[in-house]
Unconditional design. Structure first.
Length: 212
């Protein structure tokens, strides 16, 4: 079955306002810092949702383009960040659905865990980045220490939230997320744990550089 015939959970996500998600509070400062570190000027927010992160990036002085398959998300993003450009498109669409090219940096926060076909995300990013451009991915953190604590506290049912319609379908470690991007033409650059105390992080950020 082709990926384009699958309705992904992220395309069904409905937004009701322009409020930032709880993850934005601890991810946005890290993303803005990375954009500055890599001297990015032109940034693509891949899976931008309602534009909360795009707004933070625009406020920090970056030229921002966002895309998301959620109609409600794009509606609110355009309201909240009129200085940015937004497209109704997701990682399963052709990269040409976003008109701009040669981005310095592509960021995708808390998206990859929703994808049945996750390789489409770094492929889309690679198509939009300039040579040597930077990909920044975030996803909920999983590692030995945190997994052990979840087991000891019998928290796996609530952690995996299996009854959440349109929820997470894959669970990543730094190793598997690195394998994902390296398999699609990126070189691993950096790992950052975000939110909560070390090794019990809420999310992790993996940074990769497009090889060519």
């Amino acid at each position: 079955m082709q990926a384009e015939n699958i309705v992904s959970s992220d395309s069904d996500y409905k937004f009701n306002n322009t409020n930032a998600s709880h993850t934005n509070a601890y991810l946005s400062p890290v993303i803005v810092s990375l954009c500055k570190k890599y001297k990015a000027t032109k940034v693509l927010d891949l899976g931008c949702g309602n534009g909360a992160l795009a707004g933070d990036l625009a406020a920090a002085g970056f030229t921002v383009v966002g895309c998301d398959p959620s109609e409600s998300g794009i509606h609110y993003a355009r309201q909240a960040v009129p200085q940015a450009s937004f497209y109704l498109a997701g990682v399963y669409d052709e990269p040409r659905a976003v008109a701009e090219t040669d981005f310095d940096l592509v960021v995708s926060t808390e998206v990859v865990e929703h994808l049945f076909y996750p390789r489409h995300l770094p492929r889309f990013a690679a198509a939009k980045l300039k040579p040597g451009g930077i990909l920044v991915l975030s996803t909920p953190y999983h590692g030995y220490g945190k997994n052990l604590v979840l087991s000891l506290l019998n928290k796996w049912d609530s952690h995996h939230t299996a009854l959440w319609d349109g929820g997470h379908v894959k669970f990543w470690s730094c190793k598997t997320l690195t394998q994902l991007i390296e398999g699609e033409g990126f070189r691993f650059e950096k790992f950052i744990g975000c939110g909560r105390v070390p090794y019990l992080w809420k999310s992790m950020v993996v940074v990769g550089r497009k090889i060519s």
